[in-house]
Design a protein around this ligand. Sequence first.
Ligand code: ADP
Ligand code: MG
Length: 372
Amino acid sequence: MANISLKNVMKTYAGGDAAVKDLNLELRDGEFLVLAGPAGSGKSTVVHLIAGLEEPSAGTLTMDGESLKDVPPRERDVAMVFQNNILYPDMTVYENLEFGLRMRKISPEICGERIERTAEILGLTEILQQKPGEIGEKQRQMTAVGRAIVHNPGVLLLDEPFLNLDAELRKKMRIELERLHRELNLTILYATEDQNEAAALGDRVAIMRDGTLQQIDTPQRVYENPANLFVAGFAGNPRINLMECNVREKDGNAVLVFGDRELSLPADCSSLLKQNGYMDRRIVAGLRPEALRLVKTREANSMEATVSRYETVGENVYVYFEIGDTEGAVRVERQTAVKQGDIISLVPDMMKLHLFDRDTGALITADKQRGL
Ligand code: ADP
Ligand code: MG
C-alpha cells in the first residue's frame, strides 16, 4: 500500500499543448481511484507520470511523502497494466509471472511462493504450466494482472486495461479487480473513458477534461452533485436530460421558459438566478431521468413529450421521449404501459434541478440537499 500525491503538476509534450494542467490529485493509501474522461483528456499522461515513463514539466509528485523526482521507473513501487497486455507467447503462465520477479533479482524461493500465492488468488493454479495460446481470454487477462501484482506493488496502475474485451468479459474482470482490491488492500488507479465503469467501480472518481481535473468525489456524489455541465453529461446512464431554456421574470420570480412551456422554480432557485444576473438569459437546466415523473394527464408544471422507445437497464425501466428536437429519458415504474408515439406529461422534481451557465458550463445552483 502507498499514497501518491500530485501537486500543481503540468505536462507539456514537445510541440504540443499542455496534456495535463495544474493537476492536484491524491491517490490515498488503499483506495480504488478511477481516473475518467474522454480520449485525449490526459488520463494516460497522469498514469505515465506516476509510473515515471514521463517527467512532469512543472509541479511535484510524491509517494508516501518522498519526492519521485529522481526515482527511475524500475525503482518506483508501482506496477502497470496496459490496454494491450502482451504476454510472452513462448513462456508458460508461471514463467510470465516469474519474469518480472527475476528482473528484480528476487530469490527463486521467494519467487515461487509469490507466484503460487498470486496464482491462487487469481485462479491460475491449474494452468501455470500452460502457454498463453492454450488458455482462455479471461485467464490471459488474469495473467496480465497477476504479472503486475506478483511483486506486491505499493500502487497498481491500470490504463484502460480491458478496453478490447467484450462487454461480458469486461464486467467479469471488473468484478475480479474489485475483489482483489478488497482482499489484497491494493492501492489502485484505474483510467477509463467508460462512464459506466466510472460509476460502477472505485471508492472515488476523478473526472478529467482537456488535461484539467473537473471534479473528484465518490461516484454517487459526482452523480448527485455534478460540479459543471461537462461532469453532469459524463456521469450517468441514461444521460442527464439537458434543456436549454430562457430565464424570465414572472410576478417578481424567475421562471424557466422552454419552448412554449413555462416552469416555475423554488424560491431559492429563483432568487439565485436573479441575484446572479441570469434574468433574460439562456441557461441549461439538467434533470436526471429519476428526477422526472411520468404522468398520463397534464399537471401544473408538467411538460408534454412524445414517447420514442423504452429500455430496461438492470432493475430500472426508462422511457425515452422527445420534446421538440430534444431527446431525453425518464425512469418509470416497471408496470408503466406506454408505447411509441404516446403523448405523456413529465413533472420535474424541482428539488433535483441542476442549473448551468450556458457559456461556461459552470454550476449555477443545485439540488437543495446541498444546502444552497
Ligand atoms: P487519454 O489517455 O485521456 O486519452 P493522453 O494522456 O493520452 O489522454 O493524451 C492527452 C493529450 O496529450 C492528447 O492531446 C494527446 O494527443 C497528447 N499526447 C499524449 N501522449 C503524447 C506524446 N507522447 N507526445 C505528444 N503528445 C502526446
Ligand atoms: Mg489513454
